[in-house]
Write a protein that binds this ligand. Structure first.
Ligand code: ATP
Ligand code: MG
Length: 610
């Protein structure tokens, strides 16, 4: 695709100075809109105030206690300006790194925007990470400032974040810690280091001139989910990134301009950055921001929020949908979900079975499912249905086609394009402005992981197939792909078939070596209900796999477990299952959410051996 197309997209933003060149430099370090100057908070706030939309509601916030607050664009603008003044007074300046370790409270979003307003670089760390994970990220980024809250709230419990921060900042470069107080609980402060958020904005000025940064200056660093290994500190630019998230949000969700938009992701993940903060605010949308899980205080909470705020676009993840389905449809009874017009999914393959449930039961067969394939590294959606697709253009389980401007291909080991219908590695051939600027402080890793396998083409690390209509079907991570007697089988092919069984809530495949076939697999299954005859179920699942995929696909073992190991962003960590089975080193577990699942899995494996 040509530069003219991207130039048109960039023109939709407000630039303080127009770019001299659309691109300069070379892949993988291509610069976009070189010489152009802009500010991210200006894109999200000032432009709406200037065009008279300041009174529009930007955010309806609510937490699991039912506490709620509503903010207009003007109100957010006022607070972000004051906070930016306060940060600047503390010494935060262009190019500094500011760690934001906050739960899903409005002040997390204000902090992100204020850091951007002063031209600094934010690095948001998911607030349920341990002190060790937080410390690793502080050290890796060499940050001098950290913003946090006194407490986070999760499933009825207050968690002392300040305590975690005190441990994490010890012997790091952090000089100032800013704390947003949300409770009356007492707090011990270090007078030289700690500053209250409320004190910072109390006496500060009403306006902070947004710092004009060059288009390629970094806007943020964000660590990946860690599904496949040690998280990578992905760097995003300002101009290219904002252009791309704005463009992709328009293409797939129509900019969510009408109605109310709710993206359930936490600000700690890239979905939270691109599609909770930047895209909807740039677009002038009205969003719901919810601090809470789907099952607390009871499993009807998400449905009630949709009814209460008349949510029209709901963007969530397969793991949340699987959980809601498992919790049961009785929780949806007598709740009006008719405001929903568009549904969206991200994070993993959405198994067709789950897709149908989402489409039928949640969307009442009238809402398109915008299944968006993308990565922390890509900045925004790459492969996704466009908002103007007809329902009949969708295929359950496929994110459909690349967005305009994006060219992908499926290739073999040698990088040769392979015919439709055959499985291979997904690469991106085109250049697009949302692509990461690299791994923070580690160009070598960036070049090795993404650019060494298929020269000049971006390697996604995902295994996929292109069908006769050009639709892309993801089959799982390429390093998790099985090779059974010379046949390559993606983890999701087996999981999709397993989950067809109505008693199954979730399933994951773990590769194991096999003397004859080279490789085989074990299946880990979570059931919707207990008290089932497990031997019958094993036979049923084995038969389904045989019918759906072929006789070759016969699990060496089927384990029924309480939960699958997942990242804190909700993705299944299959590599952990394989390591537990083979008793090898489980590797980096810092992003594992449910550590207790491990004991149950170990126990189940052990019982089976007796
Ligand atoms: P890490 O790179 O640290 O292992 P991660 O890849 O899980 O973590 P993210 O950038 O959050 O970190 O996730 C991107 C990956 O998620 C993709 O490469 C893909 O495997 C998966 N993914 C995301 N959306 C979809 C989707 N709609 N369909 C299929 N897979 C998806
Ligand atoms: Mg990844």
């Amino acid at each position: 695709m040509n530069n003219l197309f991207w130039e048109k997209q960039a023109e939709k933003l407000d630039w303080f100075k127009k770019w001299d060149d659309v691109t300069t430099g070379e892949k993988p370090y291509l610069n976009w809109f070189t010489g152009g100057k802009l500010n991210a908070s200006y894109q999200c706030l000032d432009r709406h105030i200037k065009n008279g939309s300041g009174e529009k509601i930007a955010i309806h916030w609510e937490n699991e206690l039912g506490e709620n607050q509503t903010f207009t664009y003007q109100e957010i603008y006022n607070e972000v300006n004051r906070l930016a003044c306060g940060l600047s007074d503390l010494g935060v300046k262009k190019g500094d790194v500011v760690v934001i370790y906050m739960p899903m409270i409005p002040r997390a979003i204000f902090s992100i925007l204020a850091v951007a307003r002063v031209g600094a670089i934010h690095t948001v760390v998911f607030s349920a990470f341990s002190y060790k994970s937080l410390k690793d990220r502080i050290i890796d980024t060499k940050a001098k400032y950290l913003m946090t809250a006194d407490y986070s709230l999760r499933r009825g419990k207050f968690i002392n974040l300040k305590f975690v921060v005190d441990l994490a900042v010890h012997e790091t470069a952090i000089k100032k810690v800013i704390i947003a107080k949300r409770t009356d609980l007492s707090l011990s402060l270090d007078s030289r280091r700690d500053v209250l958020y409320s004190d910072l904005i109390k006496n500060s000025k009403d306006y902070f001139e947004p710092v004009a940064v060059e288009s390629n200056d970094p806007l943020f660093i964000l660590y990946t989910s860690g599904t496949t290994g040690k998280p990578k500190g992905i760097v995003h630019s300002t101009g290219g990134y904002l252009t791309y998230v704005n463009y992709s949000f328009g293409a797939a969700f129509g900019g969510a301009k009408n109605g109310v938009y709710w993206c359930t992701a936490d600000v700690g993940w890239v979905t939270g950055h691109s599609y909770v903060v930047y895209a909807p605010l740039m677009s002038g949308a009205t969003s719901v921001v919810y601090e809470g899980t789907p099952d607390f205080p009871n499993p009807s909470i998400w449905w009630k929020l949709i009814e209460k705020y008349k949510v029209s676009t709901l963007y969530t993840s397969p793991t949340a949908i699987r959980m809601l389905r498992k919790l049961g449809e009785k929780w949806m009874e007598n709740i009006d979900l008719s405001s929903l017009k568009v549904l969206g999914s991200v994070g993993e393959v959405i198994n067709p079975d789950i897709w149908y449930w989402f489409f039928d039961r949640v969307g009442n067969k009238k809402c398109p499912i915008i299944d968006t394939w993308w990565q922390t590294e890509t900045g925004g959606f790459m492969i996704a249905p466009k908002i103007d697709y007809k329902l009949s253009d969708l295929k359950p389980g496929s994110p459909t086609l690349p967005l305009d401007g994006i060219e992908v291909d499926i290739v073999d080991e040698n990088g040769t394009s392979i015919p439709n219908g055959q499985k291979g590695f997904l690469i991106v051939k085109s250049s697009w402005p949302g692509l990461t600027k690299g791994v923070w402080g580690d160009n070598k890793r960036f070049e090795e992981v993404y650019w060494s396998k298929f020269k000049d083409n971006y390697y996604s690390g995902d295994y996929a197939i292109k069908d006769e209509n050009g639709y892309i079907w993801f089959l799982g991570r390429s390093d998790e792909t099985l090779n059974i007697a010379g046949h390559r089988i993606g983890t999701s092919e087996i999981e999709n078939a397993t989950i067809k069984n109505q008693k199954v809530a979730e399933a994951a495949v773990a590769a194991i070596p096999d003397r004859i076939k080279g490789q085989n697999f074990a299946l880990f299954v979570v059931l919707k209900e207990s008290d089932l005859d497990l031997d019958d179920l094993r036979a049923e699942i084995t038969l389904t796999l045989k019918i759906e995929i072929g006789a070759l696909v016969k699990p060496a073992k089927i384990y029924f477990v309480e939960a699958l190991p997942k990242t804190r962003s909700g993705k299944i960590m299959r590599r952990v299952l394989s390591s537990l089975l083979q008793k090898t080193d489980v590797g980096d577990l810092t992003t594992l959410e449910n550590i207790s699942s491990i004991d149950n899995i170990k126990y189940t494996i052990k019982l089976d051996k007796i």
